[in-house]
Ligand binder design. Sequence first.
Ligand SMILES: Cc1cc2nc3c(=O)[nH]c(=O)nc-3n(C[C@H](O)[C@H](O)[C@H](O)COP(=O)(O)OP(=O)(O)OC[C@H]3O[C@@H](n4cnc5c(N)ncnc54)[C@H](O)[C@@H]3O)c2cc1C
Length: 496
Amino acid sequence: MTSRATVDPPTQDAESIDVDLLVIGAGTAGLVAAKTAAGFGARTLLVEAHRMGGDCLWTGCVPSKSLIAAAETAARARDGHRLGVHVDSMRVDFAGVMRHVHAAIHEIEPVDSAEAVEAAGARVIMGRAHFTGPRTATIAPSGGGPHREVRFRQAIIATGSAPEVPRLPGIEQLAVLSSDDVWELTEQPARLAVLGAGAIGSELSQAFARLGTHVTLVQRNARVLPKEDADASALVAAAMSHDGIDVRVSTTVERVEAAADSQAGILHLSSGDAVPFDRLLVALGRRPRTTGLGLEAAGIRLDDRGYVAVNGALRTSNPRIWSAGDVSGLPQFTHIAGVNGSLAATNAILGLRRRVDAAAVPRVTFTHPEVAAVGLAPADAADHACSVSEIQHSHTDRAIADDDTAGFTRLVIDAKGRVRGAVIVGPRAGESIGEAALVVRQGIRTSAIASTTHPYPTYSDALWNAAIADVRTRLRSGGLGAVIRMLARWRRVTTR
Ligand SMILES: Cc1cc2nc3c(=O)[nH]c(=O)nc-3n(C[C@H](O)[C@H](O)[C@H](O)COP(=O)(O)OP(=O)(O)OC[C@H]3O[C@@H](n4cnc5c(N)ncnc54)[C@H](O)[C@@H]3O)c2cc1C
């Protein structure tokens, strides 16, 4: 795969460039930052070392959700008999699946291209940038030629993160797969071992299993998706078992034995089991891309995890340099990279000090069932004097019609009836969580949700009903409830 982004032609003479804003990295954070700054009329230079669009487009959200779409289709066909539809000879053409994955990438690619950024008013150079001082940087152009010196008034570091490969005995003998290169597979592995059951490991395990690969998922923690609601984890684990995944929780890898082809091998687990595999995929977290950036020359400090340290306004220890996206150590999602890219550019160019608002940031894991959450977690409700209103999707008509009832909608509600958090588990939870994010962000009360007509039959019906259930509870228990009951009694007497 090569980017269709234009490469600024190499010049014979070393060129020195003077800009208002230098943005390093053209993933979501850098793209949004550059377009925002150019929109303010700032002279903006965006530098990208590899491919315009970054991880989300090439190795993250877009390919993973495209693979999941194919896997969902296969799972629906396989389980169709439950709805009376028998697909007798379903066949997965892995090359065709990968063609779909790459077609999706290429369809979206123009939005992130150098042409699109230049049309928005910023300049793009393909090359690797590093700081040479507090206000200067050098670019080594991708196409070769002399380095270019840049003098900037402000800069934004948006260099993202890369998969972490663990140091396990024997792993160095193996061609390990990660989210960076799994998209280059041309043959479907018959047996895939996956290390790590966070969002990426869980999504990819289930997608490959549903496409027919035998997957063993090894997780050190006691449950899959350990950062999510425990009941959500249990539902996803049950779905994984249904999909044929061999889930090994509370298990670590002691050593890896590589076969002669350096692709297949055997995992030796802490349980004493030996698990043979054809390919090994690691999804054990990510590390920030800070190597070779010249951070010391620019006076930029890292935090104790190695991420670029930023304050609430995304400013680094160099007051002229800002950071956004995965490299800044905030939760690693495309929507956060975009919002914070815009925030960093606005603060840098307009001299504002707007701060990151982390209170109502939604997150979604695109397993089946999807797991979506925002705001205060139900498990923390009691500590914040909040209650939880819940609707199980076995009582949601749309889920019953779809024969897909494994899920729930939970709202965390404070004493005044304001929704402070939500967890939604089920099909399309990622769509429903947008409404919950708005409600949490705006401090909207359950009474306002209850009085807003929701369409029937939909999964968002569950959120509506959770709000209605809370309003009913309040009416029964509060002073207003006593007044309403009195009014109803009085009407009964006077209208006899
Ligand atoms: C498999 C997978 C699935 C995911 N799914 C989702 C999802 O469904 N939803 C979601 O919200 N998030 C998802 N994410 C996370 C999301 O992809 C990232 O949070 C997002 O891409 C981060 O954007 P960024 O701009 O910070 O960094 P990146 O997209 O990594 O961009 C950084 C860019 O900087 C460039 N660069 C690095 N160093 C230099 C240098 N010295 N000079 C010039 N350029 C440089 C890199 O080449 C890269 O293009 C997923 C991630 C993965 C891996």
